[in-house]
Design a protein around this ligand. Structure first.
Ligand code: NAD
Ligand code: LMR
Length: 340
């Protein structure tokens, strides 16, 4: 049976004393789209997260129960169960604390993220409908593109069902931050894990705004032209991967890494840890766009505090100005899809 049973306390084995498995940890994380290019490595990383006691893998692909069996043999505490097809979706969703959504089609060379809208909009709408009915308190982390429109879709569906909480719906922009840190690490010759930088706005082309003036350490770039080239590279990094994969899809492994990072931040907040900060795309009143990405502090109920985006220099203000009309258009497209 795939019915989830309470997590048993697992004996701590030799050499694993810090790998807490006690009954106090009862976080259920569900991955929607778990058998895909992102979903599988993401699930592999989540299976290693000691904050997770149950990992529900959902996909329409027939391989999904097999992916779950495969991961379940890893000697880490999270209990893994697989769910395949819409008839098993409600069971996968039920009682989830966090739902990570990489379900949907990726880009091929020559496509924009908006070209994915027609296929992916109904996937996210239907998932959100099921979340509204079976886990209305879950925190949804939406990876599916176009993120700028998918978050408004999920939000409108939750609203229609009377369970919307803007602090519980996130668009995942973590990969933009991960890339910015990686590129700055290379430029400065430092460990990229020591780099911090807010990436604000949204998740597509001009809406991706790396706030290089707030990077720590500052990128060792003297000319403004080099700052602009790095900005452009971060904005177009998704396309760089799409081109390099030459028809084989878009970023999957780095996205899995980034998805595991945002899920971990949300889980740490839910557990009561303080000062857990990551960027994500959420309902916002900071700008004219109804949704906007910037640093957030996570807490016991999802987003605990919106930290804003601080001071932008003249170039970054220009980038923000260019992003807002595009964001507004993307948001409207998402909202219209649900209201029609
Ligand atoms: P993929 O095709 O490899 O995997 C997608 C998976 O979703 C497949 O296993 C498929 O069976 C599944 N799926 C399709 N319809 C579904 C449904 N109704 N319910 C559940 N599962 C369903 O694609 P991928 O490379 O993993 O990319 C997935 C999405 O993530 C794409 O939309 C892509 O553009 C997006 N993406 C976003 C970011 C980001 O930074 N936010 C980064 C990379 C990719
Ligand atoms: C990315 O930034 O890698 C993703 O949004 C996938 C894509 O289509 O570029």
């Amino acid at each position: 049976s795939r019915v989830l049973k309470p997590v048993a306390t697992v004996a701590v084995q030799n050499g694993a004393k810090n790998f807490s498995t006690s009954s106090e940890l009862k976080m259920k994380v569900m991955v929607a789209g778990a058998s895909g290019g992102i979903g599988q490595p993401l699930s592999l990383l989540l299976k290693q997260n000691p904050l997770i006691s149950q990992l529900a893998l959902y996909d329409i692909a027939p391989v999904t129960p097999g992916v779950a069996v495969d991961l379940s043999h890893m000697d880490t505490p999270a209990k893994v169960l697989g769910y395949k097809g819409p008839e098993e979706l409600a069971c996968a969703v039920a009682d989830s604390h966090v739902i990570v959504v990489p379900a949907g089609v990726p880009r091929k060379p020559g496509m924009t993220r908006d070209d994915l809208f027609n296929v992916n909009a109904s996937i996210v709408r239907d998932l959100a409908e099921c979340v509204a009915k079976n886990a209305p308190k879950a925190i949804m982390c939406i990876i599916t593109n176009p993120v700028n429109s998918m978050v408004p879709i999920a939000s409108e569906v939750l609203k229609k069902n009377g369970v919307y909480d803007p602090n519980r719906v996130l668009g995942v922009t973590t990969l933009d931050v991960v890339r910015a840190c990686s590129f700055i690490g290379t430029i400065n010759g430092v460990d990229p894990r020591c780099v911090t930088i807010p990436v604000i706005g949204g998740h597509s082309g001009v809406t991706i705004i790396p706030v290089l003036s707030q990077a720590n350490p500052a990128p060792k770039l003297t000319d403004q032209s080099k700052i602009e080239a790095l900005t452009k590279r971060i904005q177009e990094a998704g396309t760089e991967v799409v081109k390099a994969k030459a028809g084989g899809g878009s970023a999957t492994l780095s996205m899995a890494w980034a998805g595991a990072r945002i899920a971990n931040a949300v889980l740490r907040g839910l557990k009561g840890e303080e000062n857990v900060v990551e960027c994500a795309y959420v309902k916002s009143d900071l700008t004219e766009a109804k949704y906007f990405a910037n640093p957030l502090c996570f807490g016991k109920n999802g987003v605990a505090k919106n930290l804003g985006y601080g001071k932008l220099n003249a170039y970054e203000q220009q980038l923000l100005k260019a992003a807002i009309p595009e964001l507004k258009k993307n948001i409207e497209t998402g909202e219209k899809f649900v209201s029609k």
